[in-house]
Design a protein around this ligand. Structure first.
Ligand SMILES: NC(=O)c1ccc[n+]([C@@H]2O[C@H](COP(=O)([O-])OP(=O)(O)OC[C@H]3O[C@@H](n4cnc5c(N)ncnc54)[C@H](O)[C@@H]3O)[C@@H](O)[C@H]2O)c1
Length: 338
């Protein structure tokens, strides 16, 4: 879909909802090429007091309707809890705001369909899901050097290593999903590297590591995805792992292999020679580039590399992975787009 947004540089006026990871959204947006955050919406009263001291010139509110009714605001950056994303997206679209949305965009396939329908009718609005591995220097390098047509197997394992996070708000969300909360990063990474989308999925999970805790959902899951040319992708999401936060990756071609492991990152060739890959990881300082590239797209009215269709495809793959988890069977993924 050709976008026809006409927001000149220095005319991005943003609001942020939720100041956990939202703080990073703030840092990426505020003062970038003249963009300004006009309003922060936060519902934690203690945090509000701190924010007022830190940003005395920025309006801070508990009431998200302040955002929608403000005609000057043309971008809403949503970093609230997962269950709030859907309704905040719908309200933002209806009030003609561009959107940055933390993963996951929403929690149900029906919600995805509604977002898709509504946004497709708004040719002037852009949306970005904040899947930051796409701007990681090491993974960008992998994308450059692999021959995606030769890849026959890919492994993408997410060690979350921050089990305490499960016991905060995530434990209280009725529809929390480890697929949408964790595995989504690795599924996106693989779809982006292969520039393709899987046709089927089978998934299994357990909560053995968290069984006697207040977190009642699955805390570990494994997924096998098949791609059109028979390439196989295995993903794991391990949210209770005793491990540093890490994104393991192995890519196998017939003549080369590429590895991002905790002990180092290498490429191997068929002469059994290996080469160290030096590009930065975790490369946190570059994470804001995803949002900044998006602001550039809006300002220059340019096509997004992470297109809206790609974002909808990713969400569809995740929803069908959860369906397979519930049924215990391999299932075909149905996409909203051909
Ligand atoms: N892209 C990533 O790598 C990444 C990393 C962490 C979290 N996330 C996502 O970001 C979102 C927030 O997670 P977090 O880790 O920042 O949580 P957090 O608990 O650290 O912070 C969330 C903040 O948002 C506020 N908040 C929540 N709902 C709100 C609402 N409706 N209105 C106003 N304020 C609200 C809370 O009071 C809190 O201050 C989640 O959807 C999560 O999945 C993404």
């Amino acid at each position: 879909m050709k976008k026809i947004n006409k927001i000149p540089k220095n005319k991005i006026k943003a609001a942020i909802i939720g100041m956990g990871i939202g703080q990073k959204h703030f840092e990426a947006i505020n003062n970038y090429k003249g963009s300004k955050v006009l309003l922060i919406c936060e519902k934690d009263k203690k945090k509000i007091l701190k924010l007022k001291k830190k940003y005395p010139k920025i309006n801070i509110t508990e009431n998200e309707y302040e955002i929608y009714k403000n005609k000057e605001i043309n971008l809403v950056s949503i970093a609230s809890y997962d269950e709030d994303h859907y309704s905040q997206i719908i309200k933002s679209i209806k009030h003609n705001k561009n959107l940055i949305i933390e993963k996951p965009m929403c929690l149900k396939l029906g919600q995805l369909k509604k977002i898709n329908k509504l946004l497709s009718q708004k040719k002037n609005l852009y949306l970005l899901s904040n899947l930051v591995l796409r701007v990681n220097s090491r993974f960008l390098y992998f994308k450059k050097i692999i021959n995606r047509n030769k890849v026959y197997y890919l492994e993408a394992d997410y060690d979350w290593g921050r089990v305490h996070k499960l016991y905060e708000w995530r434990a209280n969300q009725k529809n929390y999903s480890i697929t949408l909360g964790a595995a989504i990063h690795m599924i996106d990474l693989a779809m982006w590297l292969l520039n393709d989308r899987p046709t089927s999925v089978i998934a299994f999970g357990n909560n053995n590591a968290t069984i006697r805790t207040k977190f009642k959902k699955l805390s570990f899951a494994v997924y096998i995805f098949k791609f059109p040319n028979n390439t196989i992708l295995k993903v794991t999401a391990n949210s209770a792992s005793v491990h540093d936060h890490f994104h393991h990756l192995k890519i196998y071609e017939n003549k080369n292999s590429y590895v991002n492991s905790y002990l180092g990152s290498y490429s191997f060739n068929s002469q059994k020679k290996y080469f160290k890959i030096k590009q930065n990881y975790p490369d946190k300082k570059n994470r804001k580039n995803l949002i900044r590239n998006f602001l550039d797209n809006i300002i220059q009215n340019k096509k997004q590399e992470f297109s809206f269709k790609n974002q909808i495809d990713l969400m569809s793959a995740c929803f069908f992975a959860d369906r397979s988890m519930n049924s215990g069977r391999e299932i075909k993924i149905k996409y909203l787009y051909k």
